[in-house]
Design a protein around this ligand. Structure first.
Ligand code: CP
Ligand code: NVA
Length: 310
């Protein structure tokens, strides 16, 4: 049995293959139990502090609902409550908050902020999205892939679009789980070379593969999973018009889906901009699993809280 008690999850790379696999398995078990009305109030009396520098639907609701179902409590601290880094330093916030709550989650602009929170906190800190990674998203996505395909090894997972936070966490998880990950991005928007290097290293022991390309057609061909995300992430609003022009050839539409396997599924972390990165026909079509994927945020976040909170 893995032991993640007291451990922060800032990056997917904070988890080894066994820990990642166990979190996905726990998510599945908690989901099955919830469906038959079984609750385990294992976090009774525990409090989650939630720091948000950016908006959220899925992540906030998943964390709060998770704490309710686990018998604990969650406190929402929005951008105007603590004014992270402006009213008070990240270090002081981490020290004060972790002297009162049992676990912290943070959605931040700069990845360094969540790294600093974890460094100075006495309790686990979970990255609920930074500009570099989105680990809670990807654990839920892997649960969806497991439900759809029964496993991971050898599946071709193609991410189309911006080499962003979601792409980075997906690449790391794919490498750890032995998948064939392909990222198709426009020139200049490829994922970080640091992540590519780290995935290459991980792949040596997991027989995963990673390819970064500008060629959407070859990337989509024979894929089991086609995944996309918005073209401009939170914090990049001023680039929206320029990005719309650059990313237009990378839209996931029925032509792109027809290149993938007939059994392929479509994933999107949401929120989606239909007509931009994905057509409504694909997003709401028969191959789409986006709403199962969104629901799975709850089950996977519950698993992360159960395993890390003391
Ligand atoms: N996918 C995701 O993180 O959604 P929210 O931004 O609504 O939390
Ligand atoms: N890449 C997106 C993901 C939103 C869940 C963003 O950072 O805005």
């Amino acid at each position: 049995m893995i032991d993640l008690k007291g451990k922060s999850i800032v990056s997917i790379d904070d988890l080894n293959t066994e820990e990642l696999t166990q979190l996905i398995d726990t998510s599945l078990r908690l989901k099955d139990e919830l469906y038959v009305g079984e609750f385990h109030e294992v976090l009774r009396g525990k409090t989650l502090g939630m720091i948000f520098e950016k908006p959220s639907l899925r992540t906030r609701v998943a964390f709060e609902t998770a704490m309710t179902q686990l018998g604990g409590h969650a406190i929402y601290l929005g951008p105007n409550d603590i004014k992270l880094g402006k009213r008070e330093t990240t270090e002081d916030i981490a020290k004060v908050l972790s002297s009162m709550v049992n676990v912290i989650m943070a959605r931040v602009f700069a990845h360094k902020t969540v790294e600093d929170l974890a460094r100075y906190s006495k309790v686990p800190v979970i990255n609920a999205l930074s500009d570099f990674e989105h680990p809670t998203q990807i654990i839920g996505d892997m649960l969806t892939i497991k439900e759809k395909f029964g496993g991971f090894r050898g599946l071709k997972l193609t991410f189309v679009g911006d080499g962003n936070n979601v792409a980075h966490s997906l690449m790391l998880a794919g490498a750890k789980l032995g998948m064939h990950v392909v990222v198709a991005s426009p020139k200049g928007y490829e994922p970080s070379t640091k992540i590519v290097k780290r995935c290459d290293e991980i792949s040596k022991t997991t027989s995963a593969t990673l390819e970064v390309t500008n060629d959407l057609e070859s990337a989509a061909s024979g894929a089991d999973v086609i995944y996309t995300d918005v073209w401009a992430s939170m914090g990049q609003e001023s680039e929206i018009e320029e990005r719309k022009r650059i990313f237009a050839p990378y839209q996931v539409n029925s032509k792109v889906m027809s290149l993938a396997k007939p059994t392929a599924i479509f994933l999107h972390c949401l929120p989606a901009h239909y007509g931009d990165e994905v057509t409504e026909e694909v997003g709401h079509g028969p191959q789409s699993a986006i709403f199962q994927e969104a629901e799975n945020r709850l089950h996977s976040i519950k698993a992360m809280l159960v395993h890390t909170t003391r």
